[in-house]
Design a protein around this ligand. Structure first.
Ligand code: NAD
Length: 479
C-alpha cells in the first residue's frame, strides 16, 4: 500500500507516532493509500525547520521569492493531468472538473501572489514636517489548515500568499484528501524552494490539527473548514493571542426574481446547486423564487436536475461524481431524512445512486430538490454541504431579503434580476460577504473573499491576504 509522507525540512518522512490513517477512493469505497496521523513531534520538527528557514526566506528579495512561486506554478502546470487524476481519485470529483478548474486554479494561486508581491505599494502619511511610512513585515512560521472539498485549490490559496509575504509555513491538508498536498511537497525542491520554507504535515484534526494550532511558535493560523472547528481554533488560540483567519460554513441563498434572464439563471442555478456534488462552500442551497415564477421554475429546474448524470468520475459525461467519504455520504442522506420528517416534499433525487462495475461500492447520491419546508426548519438552517437544495417562493424584495437573512450564516448570496435598483438594494442589505448578481462563481483573485456571521472571521484574496500574512509597522520621521 502506498504511504503518503510528511514533508518536513525538505525531506519526506513517516510519522514519528507510527500511526497511519486509511485514504479511501470515494468512487470505489476502497482504501488505496495510507496517510500519516502525525503528532506533536512531527509538528515540532516542522516548526523547528520553519523557524530556521524564516530569517533567510523573509530576507530573500521579493523578485526571487516571486520567481520561485512562478516555478512552482510551472511545475504544477507541466503535471496538470497527473494532479487532476490524483485529485479526482482522492476526492470523488469528476476528472473533467479537477482538470479544468481545481488544478489550473492551484497554479493561478501561485502566479497571482507571485505577481502581487512585486507590485504592492507601501503606505505613507504626510503632514506638516512629519512623514509616516508603514512597513509590512512577515510574521514568522505560520499555519495553513484546509478542508477536503477543493483540496489543492484551497490549500494553495493559503500557502501562496503566506510564502509570497515572506513567512515560512506549516500546512495541514484534510486527512480525507491528502494526496495532491503530498505531491506538492514532492515538487518544491525542483522549483527551488529552500528546505523548511514550506512543510506539509498530514493527519487528523484531533491529533495533528490540535498540535499545530497549539504550538507556541506558530504566529498566525489561516483555517478553512467547518464552523464548529473554527470556533474551537478561535477559543484555543485566544489565550495565546494568535492571529487567525477563519473561512467557515455557509447556507447560501439564491434570490431569483421574475424579471431575470431565465435561461442563463436556470443553467447557472443548476451549477451553483450541484457543482462538485454541492460540496463547494459557495454553492446556493436555499433557492428562493418570486412567486409568479415559482411554478415554471420548479418544473423546469427539476426536469434539468433529473437529466444530471451521476457516474464514475473518470467518465467525461458524468455531471456528478462521488460524495467525499462514507461519513459525509451518511450525513447527507441523514439530512434528507430530516427534511422529509420536517414535511419537505422530495421533488427529485433523495436517495443513493447505485452504480455498477468499478463504482459498485462508491458513495453516490442523486441530486436532490426539496420543497415545502419552513424557512426556520433544520434543513434550511443547517449546512448540508452536499447535492441537496430546497426551493421556496417569495413575494417581493423585502420578503426576499428577510428570508435570505434568516440564517446564522453569511458567506455568499446570488441575485437574479434585470432590475438594477432592486439588485443594488438586495446586494446592499443581504448579509453575505460575497454577492453575485446575474452570475455565480465569477472569481477575481484580487477581491476580498470570506463570510460574515457564523461563516467566518477575516478575508482572504488579494491585498486582504497580504495584510493578514504581515504585521504593519509604522515609522514616523520629523524633519
Ligand atoms: P473540518 O472543519 O472538519 O476540517 C477542516 C480542516 O481542519 C481539516 O484539515 C481538519 O483535519 C482540520 N481540523 C479538524 N479539527 C481540527 C482541530 N481541532 N484543530 C485544527 N485543525 C482541525 O471541515 P471539513 O469537513 O474538512 O470541510 C467542510 C467544511 O468546510 C464545510 O463546513 C464548508 O462550508 C467549509 N468550507 C468553507 C469554505 C470557505 O471559504 N468559507 C471553503 C470550503 C469549505
Amino acid at each position: 500500500m502506498n504511504k503518503i509522507q510528511n514533508y518536513i525540512d525538505g525531506k519526506m518522512l513517516p510519522p514519528q507516532s507510527g500511526l497511519w490513517l486509511d485514504n479511501v477512493e470515494p468512487a470505489t469505497g476502497k482504501c488505496y493509500s495510507l496517510v500519516p496521523d502525525s503528532d506533536s513531534r512531527d509538528v515540532g520538527a516542522a516548526v523547528k525547520a520553519a523557524r530556521r528557514a524564516f530569517p533567510p526566506w523573509s530576507s530573500t528579495h521579493i523578485t526571487e521569492r516571486s520567481a520561485i512561486l512562478h516555478r512552482i506554478a510551472d511545475v504544477i502546470e507541466s503535471r496538470l493531468e497527473t494532479f487532476a487524476q490524483a485529485e479526482s481519485i482522492d476526492n470523488g470529483k469528476p476528472l473533467w472538473l479537477s482538470r479544468s478548474v481545481d488544478i489550473p486554479r492551484c497554479a493561478s494561486n501561485f502566479r497571482f501572489f507571485a505577481n502581487l508581491v512585486t507590485s504592492t505599494e507601501s503606505q505613507s502619511h504626510h503632514s506638516q514636517g512629519v512623514v509616516n511610512y508603514t512597513l509590512r513585515k512577515p510574521l514568522g512560521p505560520v499555519a495553513c489548515i484546509s478542508p477536503w472539498n477543493l483540496p489543492l485549490y484551497l490549500f494553495t490559496w493559503k500557502i501562496a500568499p503566506a510564502l509570497a509575504a515572506g513567512n515560512t509555513v506549516i500546512a495541514k491538508p484534510s486527512e480525507v484528501t491528502p494526496m495532491t498536498a503530498f505531491m506538492l511537497g514532492e515538487l518544491c525542491a525542483e522549483a527551488g524552494l529552500p528546505d523548511g520554507v514550506l512543510n506539509i504535515v498530514h493527519g487528523s484534526g484531533s491529533r495533528t490539527g490540535n498540535a499545530l494550532v497549539d504550538h507556541d511558535d506558530i504566529q498566525a493560523i489561516s483555517f478553512t473548514g467547518g464552523t464548529a472547528t473554527g470556533k474551537h481554533i478561535a477559543s484555543v488560540t485566544a489565550s495565546k493571542l494568535k492571529k487567525i483567519s477563519l473561512e467557515l460554513g455557509g447556507k447560501n441563498p439564491n434570490l431569483i426574481f421574475a424579471d431575470c434572464d431565465y435561461e442563463l439563471m436556470l443553467q447557472t442555478t443548476l451549477r451553483s446547486s450541484f457543482a462538485n456534488q454541492g460540496q463547494i462552500c459557495l454553492c446556493g442551497s436555499r433557492i428562493y423564487i418570486q412567486r409568479s415564477l415559482y411554478g415554471k421554475f420548479r418544473e423546469d429546474f427539476v426536469a434539468r436536475v433529473k437529466q444530471l448524470r451521476v457516474g464514475d468520475p473518470n467518465e467525461p459525461d458524468s455531471n456528478q461524481g462521488a460524495i467525499v467519504s462514507q461519513q459525509h455520504f451518511e450525513k447527507v442522506l441523514g439530512c434528507i431524512e430530516t427534511a422529509k420528517r420536517e414535511g419537505g416534499k422530495v421533488l427529485c433525487g433523495g436517495h443513493q445512486a447505485n452504480l455498477s462495475g468499478r463504482c459498485e461500492h462508491g458513495w453516490f447520491i442523486h441530486p436532490t430538490v426539496i420543497e415545502g419546508l419552513a424557512n426556520d426548519s433544520q434543513t434550511n438552517q443547517q449546512e448540508i454541504f452536499g447535492p441537496v437544495v430546497s426551493i421556496a417562493p417569495f413575494d417581493d424584495v423585502d420578503d426576499a431579503i428577510e428570508k435570505a437573512n434568516e440564517s446564522q450564516y453569511g458567506l455568499a448570496a446570488t441575485i437574479w434580476t434585470s432590475d438594477l435598483t432592486a439588485a443594488h438594494r438586495v446586494a446592499d442589505e443581504v448579509e453575505a460577504g460575497i454577492v453575485w448578481i446575474n452570475c455565480w462563481l465569477e472569481r477575481d483573485l484580487r477581491t476580498p473573499f470570506g463570510g460574515m456571521k457564523q461563516s467566518g472571521l477575516g478575508r482572504e484574496g488579494g491585498m486582504e491576504a497580504m495584510r493578514f500574512w504581515t504585521e504593519p509597522k509604522n515609522v514616523c520621521i520629523k524633519f
